[in-house]
Write a protein that binds this ligand. Structure first.
Ligand code: OSB
Ligand code: MG
Length: 369
């Protein structure tokens, strides 16, 4: 497969409802899409970089020049047999995982199309449907949050995750449990606490949570291991797991009992599969995280979630929770049982709405071999 050209574009899409985490509120997304043109097939990828360097140091304005100056030139003109070869081609360039992932994943998409195979099979997946949860952001009031949880439970979602931060945590979890004593519930702090707050974090134990996600620093594993020893609730690491080595370190040091895998955070499908395998060998269940993706990234998350150790409901939910109109067709739908059916078609099984993407595009650049 010869990599003839790569197109980068930024599309802007307002969210149906704002999304707030401990680091801020997002109303509208600026999304970086990648198209890989290879021997007559076009593979698509989405970078999960944010509008600001808050979740991670990468953001859309760092990703664009990193791609045009370093990553895309490393690919152009190359003849590859498998998208896995990206890891070697990118080896000199440190970090910038979300930028690498968008390019690598576009090539996996192209490879699946060229080989006339479903992407999930090419990745080594086996699940034919995937269980879904939702991540619900911080709201203006607890009443609004309870109403949103009610709506998602009625839609069939199998796990509710709420965002927490100091001042919006124990009080909120208490109200949720008073209303729904038995639902599968978790929370995500996005690094809002420090180890000094262990007594406060211990109060979370009373709510029978499936997990508490990333309570401490975004780059920390060591202190999470110390904290896990103090808590009954399982810690799930998100931000800290940036690849197979940090996954092994986290597992071996007891820093978490569950892992969230985001294909962008770890640098692409190849590394995501390695993280999955490390966790599986250590008997740590994983689930697929989300980053408010359009249908392109969402379809990739679905394909990844078919791997065997993705045994917990992920943050991969229906398109309509995010977008008035998604850029793929059909849109991602979730059954009343809270499951997404995995397509048997080649590639992702979803068609890209190129006319709509063209209308939403605010900048575009094509680099050729
Ligand atoms: O920590 O999982 C996170 C969104 C943006 C940045 C970080 C996170 C999230 C989510 C949303 O929780 C998951 C989704 O619905 O896509
Ligand atoms: Mg998280």
């Amino acid at each position: 497969m010869k990599i003839e050209a790569i197109t980068l574009r930024e599309v802007q899409m307002p969210l149906v409802h704002f999304f707030e985490t401990s680091f801020g509120r997002t109303y509208s997304r600026r999304i970086l899409l990648v198209t890989a043109h290879c021997d007559g097939v076009e593979g698509w990828g989405e970078s999960v970089v944010g509008e600001d360097p808050y979740y991670s140091s990468e953001w859309i304005e760092s990703a664009w020049p990193t791609m045009t100056k370093y990553l895309v030139p490393a690919l152009l003109g190359q003849r590859i047999v498998s998208a896995r070869e990206c890891l070697g081609l990118f080896a000199k360039i440190r970090s910038h995982r979300m930028s690498k992932a968008a390019l690598e994943n576009a090539l996996w998409d192209a490879e699946a199309l060229a080989k006339r195979q479903p992407l999930w099979k090419l990745l080594g997946g086996t699940r034919r449907e995937i269980p879904c949860g939702v991540s619900i952001g911080i709201q203006d009031s607890v009443e609004q949050l309870l109403e949103k949880i009610g709506t998602e439970l009625a839609a069939g979602y199998r796990r509710i995750k709420v965002k927490v931060k100091p001042g919006w945590d124990v009080n909120v979890l208490e109200r949720i449990r008073a209303r729904w004593a038995d639902i599968t519930l978790s929370c995500d702090a996005n690094s809002a606490y420090t180890l000094d707050q262990v007594e406060h974090l211990r109060e979370f134990d009373q709510f029978n949570l499936l997990m508490i996600e990333q309570p401490l620093w975004n780059d920390d594993i060591y202190y999470h291991a110390r904290l896990q020893k103090e808590l009954r609730t399982a810690i799930c690491l998100d931000e800290s797991i940036v690849g197979a080595r940090s996954a092994a370190f986290a597992a071996e040091s007891g820093a978490c009992r569950i892992m969230n895998i985001k294909v962008g955070r770890v640098g692409g499908f190849t590394e995501a599969i390695k993280v999955h395998d490390v966790a599986q060998a250590q008997k740590i269940p994983v689930w697929c995280g989300g980053m408010l993706e359009t249908g392109i990234g969402r379809a990739h998350n679905i394909a990844l979630s078919t791997l065997a150790n993705f045994s917990l409901p992920g943050d991969v939910s229906a398109s309509k929770r995010y977008w008035k109109e998604d850029i793929i067709e059909p849109e991602v739908e979730v059954s009343p049982q809270g499951m997404i059916a995995v397509s048997d078609k080649v590639g992702t099984g979803y068609r890209i709405k190129t006319d709509l993407i063209e209308k939403l595009t605010v900048r575009k650049e094509t680099l050729r071999a």
